[in-house]
Design a binder for this molecule. Structure first.
Ligand code: HEM
Length: 164
Protein backbone atom coordinates (compact mmCIF):
# COMPACT_ATOMS: atom_id res chain seq x y z
CA UNK A 1 0.00 0.00 0.00
CA UNK A 2 1.35 3.42 -0.97
CA UNK A 3 0.71 5.69 2.06
CA UNK A 4 0.77 9.42 1.15
CA UNK A 5 2.28 11.88 3.68
CA UNK A 6 -1.08 13.46 4.76
CA UNK A 7 -2.51 9.92 5.31
CA UNK A 8 0.49 9.06 7.45
CA UNK A 9 0.01 12.30 9.45
CA UNK A 10 -3.69 11.54 9.93
CA UNK A 11 -2.71 8.15 11.32
CA UNK A 12 0.06 9.52 13.55
CA UNK A 13 -1.73 12.57 15.01
CA UNK A 14 -4.32 10.66 17.12
CA UNK A 15 -1.57 8.33 18.38
CA UNK A 16 0.57 11.29 19.46
CA UNK A 17 -2.46 13.17 20.86
CA UNK A 18 -3.30 10.16 23.05
CA UNK A 19 0.18 10.11 24.57
CA UNK A 20 1.07 11.53 27.98
CA UNK A 21 3.88 14.16 27.88
CA UNK A 22 6.11 11.64 29.70
CA UNK A 23 5.64 9.12 26.87
CA UNK A 24 6.70 11.71 24.28
CA UNK A 25 9.78 12.72 26.30
CA UNK A 26 10.55 9.00 26.73
CA UNK A 27 10.44 8.45 22.96
CA UNK A 28 12.61 11.52 22.30
CA UNK A 29 15.11 10.33 24.91
CA UNK A 30 15.19 6.81 23.41
CA UNK A 31 15.66 8.17 19.89
CA UNK A 32 18.51 10.42 21.08
CA UNK A 33 20.15 7.51 22.96
CA UNK A 34 20.01 5.16 19.97
CA UNK A 35 21.05 7.86 17.44
CA UNK A 36 24.03 8.92 19.58
CA UNK A 37 25.06 5.27 20.03
CA UNK A 38 24.87 4.78 16.25
CA UNK A 39 27.09 7.83 15.63
CA UNK A 40 29.71 6.97 18.28
CA UNK A 41 29.91 3.20 17.72
CA UNK A 42 29.34 3.43 13.95
CA UNK A 43 32.15 5.99 13.71
CA UNK A 44 34.53 3.71 15.62
CA UNK A 45 33.55 0.77 13.40
CA UNK A 46 34.14 2.81 10.23
CA UNK A 47 37.53 4.02 11.44
CA UNK A 48 38.61 0.53 12.55
CA UNK A 49 37.47 -1.51 9.57
CA UNK A 50 37.61 0.90 6.63
CA UNK A 51 40.06 3.75 7.31
CA UNK A 52 42.65 2.37 9.76
CA UNK A 53 43.94 -0.36 7.36
CA UNK A 54 45.10 2.54 5.12
CA UNK A 55 47.17 4.01 8.01
CA UNK A 56 46.65 6.27 11.05
CA UNK A 57 46.77 9.41 8.88
CA UNK A 58 43.89 8.11 6.75
CA UNK A 59 41.65 7.75 9.82
CA UNK A 60 40.46 11.37 9.97
CA UNK A 61 41.27 12.63 6.44
CA UNK A 62 42.56 15.88 8.01
CA UNK A 63 39.18 16.46 9.70
CA UNK A 64 39.95 15.12 13.18
CA UNK A 65 38.46 18.18 14.94
CA UNK A 66 35.11 17.64 13.20
CA UNK A 67 34.96 14.02 14.41
CA UNK A 68 36.04 15.20 17.90
CA UNK A 69 32.99 17.52 17.98
CA UNK A 70 30.65 14.67 16.99
CA UNK A 71 32.23 12.46 19.68
CA UNK A 72 31.56 15.23 22.21
CA UNK A 73 27.94 15.70 21.13
CA UNK A 74 27.18 11.96 20.98
CA UNK A 75 28.76 11.49 24.44
CA UNK A 76 26.74 14.37 25.94
CA UNK A 77 23.44 13.05 24.50
CA UNK A 78 24.23 9.46 25.59
CA UNK A 79 24.86 10.67 29.15
CA UNK A 80 21.75 12.90 29.29
CA UNK A 81 19.37 10.36 27.74
CA UNK A 82 20.98 7.49 29.69
CA UNK A 83 20.57 9.28 33.03
CA UNK A 84 16.96 10.11 32.07
CA UNK A 85 16.38 6.40 31.22
CA UNK A 86 17.75 5.33 34.60
CA UNK A 87 15.56 7.83 36.49
CA UNK A 88 12.42 6.78 34.60
CA UNK A 89 13.03 3.01 34.84
CA UNK A 90 13.69 3.10 38.59
CA UNK A 91 10.92 5.67 39.17
CA UNK A 92 8.34 3.56 37.30
CA UNK A 93 9.40 0.40 39.13
CA UNK A 94 9.02 2.19 42.49
CA UNK A 95 5.61 3.62 41.54
CA UNK A 96 4.40 0.15 40.46
CA UNK A 97 5.83 -1.48 43.61
CA UNK A 98 8.04 -3.74 41.45
CA UNK A 99 11.50 -4.74 42.67
CA UNK A 100 14.17 -4.50 40.00
CA UNK A 101 16.35 -7.65 40.16
CA UNK A 102 19.92 -7.41 41.50
CA UNK A 103 21.14 -8.83 38.16
CA UNK A 104 19.71 -5.71 36.48
CA UNK A 105 21.75 -3.44 38.80
CA UNK A 106 24.92 -5.43 38.12
CA UNK A 107 24.45 -5.50 34.34
CA UNK A 108 23.58 -1.78 34.25
CA UNK A 109 26.75 -0.99 36.24
CA UNK A 110 28.86 -3.08 33.82
CA UNK A 111 27.16 -1.32 30.88
CA UNK A 112 27.97 2.09 32.38
CA UNK A 113 31.64 1.21 32.98
CA UNK A 114 31.96 -0.11 29.42
CA UNK A 115 30.19 3.02 28.11
CA UNK A 116 32.73 5.25 29.90
CA UNK A 117 35.53 3.17 28.35
CA UNK A 118 34.08 3.54 24.82
CA UNK A 119 33.54 7.30 25.30
CA UNK A 120 37.09 7.70 26.63
CA UNK A 121 38.64 5.74 23.74
CA UNK A 122 36.63 7.67 21.12
CA UNK A 123 37.57 11.00 22.77
CA UNK A 124 41.28 10.32 23.29
CA UNK A 125 41.75 8.93 19.75
CA UNK A 126 40.13 12.13 18.39
CA UNK A 127 42.06 14.43 20.76
CA UNK A 128 44.86 16.93 20.05
CA UNK A 129 47.05 16.46 23.15
CA UNK A 130 50.35 14.58 23.44
CA UNK A 131 48.49 11.87 25.32
CA UNK A 132 46.14 11.56 22.35
CA UNK A 133 49.16 11.11 20.04
CA UNK A 134 50.46 8.34 22.31
CA UNK A 135 47.07 6.56 22.18
CA UNK A 136 47.02 6.95 18.38
CA UNK A 137 50.40 5.18 18.36
CA UNK A 138 48.45 2.07 19.47
CA UNK A 139 45.38 2.83 17.40
CA UNK A 140 44.62 -0.78 16.40
CA UNK A 141 44.64 -1.96 20.02
CA UNK A 142 42.39 0.85 21.29
CA UNK A 143 39.95 0.59 18.38
CA UNK A 144 39.68 -3.18 18.96
CA UNK A 145 39.06 -2.68 22.69
CA UNK A 146 36.51 0.07 21.96
CA UNK A 147 34.69 -2.07 19.42
CA UNK A 148 34.61 -5.13 21.74
CA UNK A 149 33.29 -2.98 24.60
CA UNK A 150 30.64 -1.46 22.30
CA UNK A 151 29.42 -4.92 21.24
CA UNK A 152 29.18 -5.99 24.89
CA UNK A 153 27.17 -2.80 25.63
CA UNK A 154 24.67 -3.59 22.86
CA UNK A 155 24.21 -7.18 24.11
CA UNK A 156 23.79 -6.01 27.72
CA UNK A 157 21.29 -3.29 26.64
CA UNK A 158 19.22 -5.93 24.82
CA UNK A 159 19.19 -8.15 27.94
CA UNK A 160 18.36 -5.22 30.26
CA UNK A 161 15.28 -4.44 28.19
CA UNK A 162 13.80 -7.85 29.02
CA UNK A 163 14.26 -7.41 32.79
CA UNK A 164 11.66 -4.82 33.81
C1 HEM B 1 28.84 4.11 24.45
C2 HEM B 1 27.81 4.45 25.18
C3 HEM B 1 26.45 3.79 25.12
C4 HEM B 1 25.90 2.99 24.17
C5 HEM B 1 26.53 2.47 22.88
C6 HEM B 1 24.56 2.65 24.64
C7 HEM B 1 23.67 1.87 23.93
C8 HEM B 1 22.39 1.58 24.35
C9 HEM B 1 21.41 0.86 23.57
C10 HEM B 1 21.60 0.34 22.15
C11 HEM B 1 20.31 0.73 24.34
C12 HEM B 1 18.98 0.04 23.97
C13 HEM B 1 18.02 1.13 23.53
C14 HEM B 1 16.60 0.65 23.48
O1 HEM B 1 16.34 -0.53 23.24
O2 HEM B 1 15.72 1.50 23.68
C15 HEM B 1 20.57 1.36 25.61
C16 HEM B 1 19.70 1.42 26.66
C17 HEM B 1 19.98 2.02 27.87
N1 HEM B 1 21.08 2.77 28.19
FE1 HEM B 1 22.69 3.05 27.00
N2 HEM B 1 24.34 3.26 25.84
C18 HEM B 1 25.47 3.97 26.18
C19 HEM B 1 25.66 4.75 27.30
C20 HEM B 1 24.77 4.84 28.35
C21 HEM B 1 24.97 5.66 29.52
C22 HEM B 1 26.18 6.56 29.77
C23 HEM B 1 23.88 5.44 30.33
C24 HEM B 1 23.55 6.03 31.70
C25 HEM B 1 24.03 7.13 32.19
C26 HEM B 1 23.02 4.50 29.66
C27 HEM B 1 21.83 4.02 30.18
C28 HEM B 1 20.96 3.21 29.49
C29 HEM B 1 19.72 2.70 30.04
C30 HEM B 1 19.18 2.93 31.45
C31 HEM B 1 19.11 1.95 29.03
C32 HEM B 1 17.76 1.21 29.12
C33 HEM B 1 18.02 -0.21 29.60
C34 HEM B 1 16.70 -0.94 29.74
O3 HEM B 1 15.99 -1.10 28.73
O4 HEM B 1 16.43 -1.38 30.87
N3 HEM B 1 23.59 4.17 28.46
N4 HEM B 1 21.84 1.88 25.59
Amino acid sequence: MNVQLPDALNLLCPIIAAMAPGDIIGIISRVLHILSAIILVGGLFYIRSILFPAGVDACYAGRRQIWAKWVGMATAFLLLSGIYNVIIIFGDAKADGVKIPVTYHILLTVKLLLAFLVMFIAAILAGKTEAADRFRGNMRKWLNIGWLAAMAIIVIAAVLRTMH
